[in-house]
Write a protein that binds this ligand. Structure first.
Ligand code: IVH
Length: 665
């Protein structure tokens, strides 16, 4: 195909070209048989791109160019029904206990047996089909609303552009990189001078959201639900497969014994599976059982994840790097001899903070045990002291800020440059203009450095008062770029509250927490006026984080004043309206005492108290007439006696865990 031909594509030819490209890409990644060679494929994509440049309003979701239809700003797409998470169990005994508690709730044994399937370690997505056509792909987001990632649909194997039947349906499932796709993606990235993905999960997340990569990364989808389909789970899955989408491998089991057996089989097969799994999902199969069990706000009561033990590996600690984050926190990072853990090559691991290093007595050159579970950041667990050779060297802690040379504030566990955010003004600005925050294109790269170095911008609020003349004074800034930038900044003024809040980069809050805070308080003025107690009422914020947020907002008051003066208040666009669910302990004072067992056994007392607070209660240490509930573990002693005397409800750790299980981190 020549470039002349490409420019004259009719809308129908364009649609055909998109379909051909999707078909060719799919064939290439499945059996390798494709009618197009690489050059022909590239020419086809160029033709498609040329048509799209002329008709941006007509871009099809499956276009291989990865443009968003009409250039719409990606925003919150509410889910038809919440995309829930899963509760966890960690042993056959815990699974048996979970089954027993489910059947207690039902008042009978499950009627339809169980479905058992691998828990795929990727990202949950919802794929919407209309008339059999894939029309929208959405991330899980915070479970209530996600991000439109339709632009990525064409790169996902297992999610056909067209189903076998012209029906309206929503498919849910996990998108991931298989081990093979992961290897291939990293080879491609290396060719393009991009840093390799740290692990398949990271790669899948980055790829789903990326829009302007000069290369393609193929992903895989495996369906595990279809909210609109009724019937036993294993039949729903069979139906999804019948329609032409890939599905998780579901096995129907009649009884718990069979379930345990199947779990053991999947666990044993884990190393040979072509993708990473972090557990096994057990679901009550019958629709009637699922309905009767119902769902909490975080997870269904009819399904549970049997988590597999995290993967451990031994490797050597080569060095410790001290990186200054965008808020000025100086964080140590372990540089490791590369090692493959659960399918991913690990080169770095988090070391948390200096106290943590000291506590574990780590030395450079130590053999260390490394842990990587389903979580994306591997952790150095412990030095293997018996393997020391005597060559190990102490780890040096920074005496001054490794970035600016100013003093280090060591009063908190996490060390921080005394300049705080100003030490990393460029990073703070870059973060603020990122896609999930203000989404100002053109400021991510060296422009941010220029603006800060020229003294035009000390923080991102200054962006809103930049003048055209100031921009034009910058090196290599032409009139067109300056005007584009001003337009982008102008658009950012109208970002919703959650994104403006996220742009502040408040420690302890990310995207979804920012959204939650925005929904909870409604306006920037209310956010600023709230005290720690009010923050602690936001789902997911415990006492400790509430105090940190308030402290951070005080530190950011100058930025907030500037934003207010510039009219950037996050008020213009409505947030998705969501009613916060009150936790099961709403308004109740809870005392925890004794040794915790069951699901709470691993938690520190602080962690249990935080759990109380996440579930809406207040944690207190002494029993009084105001106490609503006592959680009494083994050796509870006098508090238990007092509670019984006062007629206060006493729960075992197991009963309490069942009550607040959905808030377990
Ligand atoms: S069912 C209402 N099945 O695990 C049921 N989830 O930790 C919700 N996941 O958010 C999920 N494989 O992203 C289900 N076979 C599977 C799964 C699976 C992976 C993910 C899913 C979910 C997360 C919860």
């Amino acid at each position: 195909m020549t470039s002349e031909a490409t420019l004259s594509l009719s809308p129908a030819a364009y649609a055909q070209a998109v379909a051909d490209a999707a078909q060719a890409a799919k064939a290439y990644y499945t059996d390798g048989a494709t009618a197009l060679d690489d050059d022909e494929y590239d020419a086809l994509v160029r033709a498609i791109a040329a048509f799209e440049a002329a008709h941006p309003e007509a871009v099809l979701p499956l276009s291989p160019t990865g443009r968003v239809a009409g250039g719409t700003v990606s925003g919150d797409v509410p889910h038809s029904v919440p995309m829930l998470s899963l509760d966890n169990v960690f042993s056959p005994e815990e699974l048996a206990a979970w089954v027993a508690s489910l059947e207690r709730r039902l008042g009978r044994p499950v009627a339809g047996g169980w479905s058992v399937e691998p828990k795929l370690d990727g990202l949950a997505v919802a794929a919407h089909y209309r008339g059999g056509h894939l029309v929208q792909l959405v991330t899980r987001g915070d479970g209530l609303a996600g991000e439109d990632i339709t632009h990525a649909a064409g790169s996902v194997l297992g999610l056909p552009a067209l189903l076998g039947e012209p029906i309206d349906i929503e498919l849910r499932g996990e998108v991931l990189l298989t081990d093979e796709q992961f290897e291939r993606a990293n080879a491609t990235r290396a060719e393009h001078g991009a840093t390799p993905f740290a692990n398949p999960r990271n790669g899948a997340a980055g790829t789903l959201r990326a829009k302007d990569r000069p290369y393609r990364v193929e992903l895989s989808f495996f369906g595990y639900a279809a909210p609109g389909l009724a019937g036993p789970h294993h039949e729903v899955i069979a139906r999804i497969a019948e329609l032409g989408a890939a599905t998780a491998a579901v096995r129907h089991c009649a009884g718990v014994e069979e379930v345990q057996q199947r779990i053991a089989e999947i666990a044993a097969a884990r190393p040979e599976l072509p993708y990473g799994i972090d557990g096994i999902v057990v679901k009550a199969d019958a629709a009637a059982d699922q309905e009767a069990a119902g769902s909490g706000s975080r997870a269904p009561r009819w399904a549970v994840a049997y988590k597999l033990p995290a993967a451990h590996r031994i490797t050597r600690l080569l060095a410790v790097e001290w990186n200054v984050g965008r808020t000025g926190v100086i964080a140590p990072r372990a540089v490791l001899e590369p090692v493959v853990v659960d399918g991913a090559t690990v080169r770095y691991a988090t070391l948390h903070n200096p106290a943590d290093i000291a506590r574990r007595g780590l030395m450079l050159g130590d053999q260390v045990s490394l842990y990587r579970a389903g979580d994306v950041i591997p952790r150095v667990e412990a030095p293997l002291v018996h393997l020391r050779t005597g060559e190990e060297q102490p780890i040096e802690f920074p005496a001054v800020c490794p970035c600016c040379g100013d003093a280090v504030d060591t009063t908190q566990q996490r060390w921080r440059c005394v300049r705080g955010r100003s030490c990393q003004a460029v990073a703070s600005v870059r973060y603020a203009v990122g896609r999930d925050q203000l989404d100002i294109a053109g400021l991510g790269g060296t422009r941010a450095v220029q603006l800060v170095e020229a003294g035009l911008v000390a923080d991102f609020a200054d962006l809103f008062t930049l003048t055209r003349e100031q921009l034009l004074s910058l090196d290599r800034m032409g009139e067109v770029s300056a005007d584009n930038l001003l337009v982008a900044i102008e658009q950012a003024r109208r970002q919703p509250l959650g994104k403006v809040f996220c742009a502040l980069g408040v420690r302890g809050t990310g995207r979804s927490m920012s959204r939650r805070i925005a929904r909870h308080f409604g306006t920037m003025a209310a956010i600023r006026a709230a005290d720690a107690e009010q923050y602690a009422q936001v789902a997911g914020i415990g006492a400790e984080k509430a105090a940190l947020v308030v402290e951070e907002l005080t530190e950011l008051s100058e930025v907030l004043d500037k934003l207010a003066a510039a009219g950037v208040t996050g008020g213009a666009a409505p947030e998705v309206a969501v009613v916060e669910q009150p936790g099961p302990l709403a308004g109740q004072a809870v005392v925890v005492t004794g040794t915790m067992t069951g699901a709470l056994a691993q938690l520190s007392r602080t962690a249990v108290n935080e759990l109380v607070e996440r579930a809406g209660g207040t944690a207190s240490s002494s029993v009084s007439a105001r106490t609503a509930m006592l959680v009494a573990g083994e050796k509870a002693g006098s508090k238990r006696a007092k509670a019984e005397q006062l007629g206060i409800q006493v729960l075992t750790p197991e009963e309490f865990a069942a009550l607040v299980g959905e808030f377990l981190a």
